[in-house]
Design a protein around this ligand. Structure first.
Ligand code: PEP
Ligand code: MN
Length: 337
């Protein structure tokens, strides 16, 4: 249930209505926007008579929210959420441009890629240190050493870092060192992990599971938000379909749908969607044109020898050309880059 206050409602009005809600055993979530103040009621509202609130002189209207997600729901928060990733704004009018290798392989490798990507316009650096690989015989990532390399490259370039957390064992380490904590497709419904992210101060990049519906994906975000961390960015990365030519199928429709259903920023990872480097450019452009709040793209200085996902990685020079084109699209749709 959502209670919208009249424009002239005072702070005392807000406190009074809030107390009425709390007396009925519910929690509140207040959004004071530039246009209006909204009180989201959290808990079992099925037995609450909305007329109790409608008669209050400060209340404009009472609306029932059908969806099972509340905090992530756009009805609770009509304005776009803007997430601050160590000074880089994601959402609203800005584009997050995350680039870097699939996996951290060495300091020199990450530094070279980061410098090139930054010169092209990237504002966040990605790189996997702990890798979720399908085969236990594949390269599993450099682990803590890889994270240290990312931190050193951040120091050298000033780019905030994005990297995947797989295990609750590393929560505190990531909270201390990582600017944007990535939760991968394979862990999107690892509910214990999601609950623990709620106690961190860092924003979370939540990738869509290969077979997750929109509602399941938003409910995963709701887990993190309900546990206390509302700084969640969603990332579409392709879903499994019957088509086997591409690695996954990029669901472009998810961008307008998620932006309609939630207030959270929605970015796109075209690299893991198509699995082929030459699909990255058209899908990245389509994503921005469809309203994405950013792109996460794998860039490698020597894709032929990459330890992971070379086939879908762009060379720095191709990334540079792509960002020039993205800039033109961003301008047309009114995003800053
Ligand atoms: C990644 O971004 O490195 C990754 C493993 O992606 P996903 O979880 O989407 O497969
Ligand atoms: Mn990868």
């Amino acid at each position: 249930m959502i209670i919208v206050l009249k424009q002239r409602a005072t702070h005392d009005d807000l406190t009074r209505v809030e107390q009425m809600i709390k007396r009925r055993g519910l929690d509140t979530h207040i959004v004071e926007g530039s246009e209006m103040t909204i009180i989201g009621c959290i808990g079992d509202t099925t037995q609450i008579d909305s007329k109790l609130f409608e008669v209050d002189s400060a209340v404009d209207k009472v609306m029932h929210v059908q969806e099972p997600y509340k905090l992530a729901n756009r009805a609770f928060h009509p304005e776009d959420s803007i997430i601050d990733v160590s000074g880089v704004k994601v959402g609203g009018g800005s584009l997050a441009l995350i680039a870097g290798p699939c996996s951290v392989e060495s300091y020199e490798q990450v530094l070279e890629i980061a410098n090139a990507a930054k010169a092209s316009g990237a504002n966040l650096l990605r790189g996997g240190a702990f890798k979720p690989r399908t085969s236990p015989y594949s390269f599993q990532g450099m682990g803590v050493d890889g994270l240290d390399i990312l931190c050193k490259v951040r120091e050298a370039t000033g780019l905030p870092i994005v990297t995947e957390l797989m295990s609750p064992e590393h929560l505190d380490l990531f909270n201390e060192k990582v600017d944007l904590i990535q939760i991968g497709a394979r862990n999107m419904q690892n509910f214990d992990l999601l609950k623990q992210l709620g106690r961190l101060n860092r924003p979370i990049l939540l990738k869509r599971g290969f077979n997750a519906t929109y509602e399941e994906w938003i409910m995963a975000a709701e887990y993190i938000m309900a546990a206390g961390n509302e700084n969640v960015i969603l990332c579409e990365r392709g879903i499994r379909t019957f088509e086997s030519y591409t690695r996954n199928t990029l669901d472009l429709q998810s961008i307008p749908v998620l932006r309609k259903l939630t207030h959270l920023p929605v970015i796109v990872d075209p690299s893991h969607a198509g699995g082929k480097w030459w699909l990255v450019e058209p899908m990245a452009k389509a994503s921005v044109a469809a309203g994405a709040d950013g792109l996460m793209i794998e860039v490698h200085n020597n894709p032929e020898c990459a330890l992971c996902d070379g086939a879908q990685s762009l060379k720095p020079q191709k990334y540079d050309v792509l960002l020039k084109e993205i800039r033109q699209i961003a301008e047309v749709i009114g995003k800053n880059i």
